[in-house]
Write a protein that binds this ligand. Sequence first.
Ligand code: ZN
Ligand code: ZN
Length: 392
Amino acid sequence: MNTPVTLSPEQIATLTDVRHALHRRPEVSGQEVETAAHIVERLRDLDADQIWQDLGGHGVAAAFDGAAPGPTVMIRCELDGLPIPEQSDLQYRSEIADNSHTCGHDGHMSMVIGVAMALCDKRPQRGRVVVLFQPAEETGQGAPAVVADPRWVELRPDYAFAIHNLPGLALGAVQLCDGVACCASRGMQVRLTGKSSHAAAPEDGVSPAAAMATLMTSLPALSSGGALQAGFKLATLTHAQLGEATFGIAPGVGELRCTLRAVTDADMADLIERAEAEVRAIAARHSLEVNISWHDVFSATVNSAAANVEVMRATKRQSIPLRAAAGPQRFSEDFACYGLDGVETAMIFLGSGVDQPQLHNPDFDFPDTLLPVGTELFLVLINQLLGWAEDA
Ligand SMILES: [Zn+2]
Ligand SMILES: [Zn+2]
């Protein structure tokens, strides 16, 4: 029972091939058609008991049932790549010019295929394992769409686990957050409308320029600074556009985008209120119409104590170094959605090396050495909660 789980060299070679194949064909959020088809084909080959397709978009899930009733354990990964041209000389580099797997979702998918491979050989003793290949993580739209799918009731787990690789953390080490694992975030899009005029007579128009200039400093000034804990708030200006690229027209429209971030959903609600009040006050002062819309909405991802205990036990069994997290990650994860339903969830960070390029950098590549580490960790979690026949 306490011996570590280890994949065979043949299994590791297969997972490496799977990752390289996925790495070559990255598809962006909401367009993961080929990737989903590839995954379905593999799950069929691995004798899944049930397969669901087109979940919340192009999502795919498969169930592997134990002989006796018991809890459902979900292992989740992401299907999507990014609209970032890859910079690498890798033999398996992206064949799609503008897209890349620079968040490592190719690696996450391969680890979950590894779980399905093991389940193909040996079902759990009781309960059910659901492997979920979720679409559109990068935009935050995938998980809410999966949970909103009428078929979610067939999949709904008691426990859900996900691994995200983490550059900056020692290769193969695990970092587990107590409580909040990833910040809440959302994109604020502001459109200010006045009236354009001849550039020779700006007094005839209503330009949003001064209001834009104010907001470009006053919105980021809503940030709290300080440690990543309750109370932390960050507003980052990401885009601004004013009028047309001419010399003859004074602008009548201005648009800016700002990403709000907070550790807790309550702090996010407060930051939203302040940001909206600021935009409306400045717009009113400059006699501008204002339209505010929200995009890429992520709740805070919160690890449950019960799920964390299981991860700690599993890392111990596998002799994986466990690093206490100083706090949550600043980035967001739509994995948060699965925990909103009373499901015990843990987002596990698996170190991809201290010198690894950061996620979403054009030269990021998921380290293959992590493939067995992540797969084996998932298998130990499944064993702890559902057992294998041999441990009966
Ligand atoms: Zn990402
Ligand atoms: Zn990611």
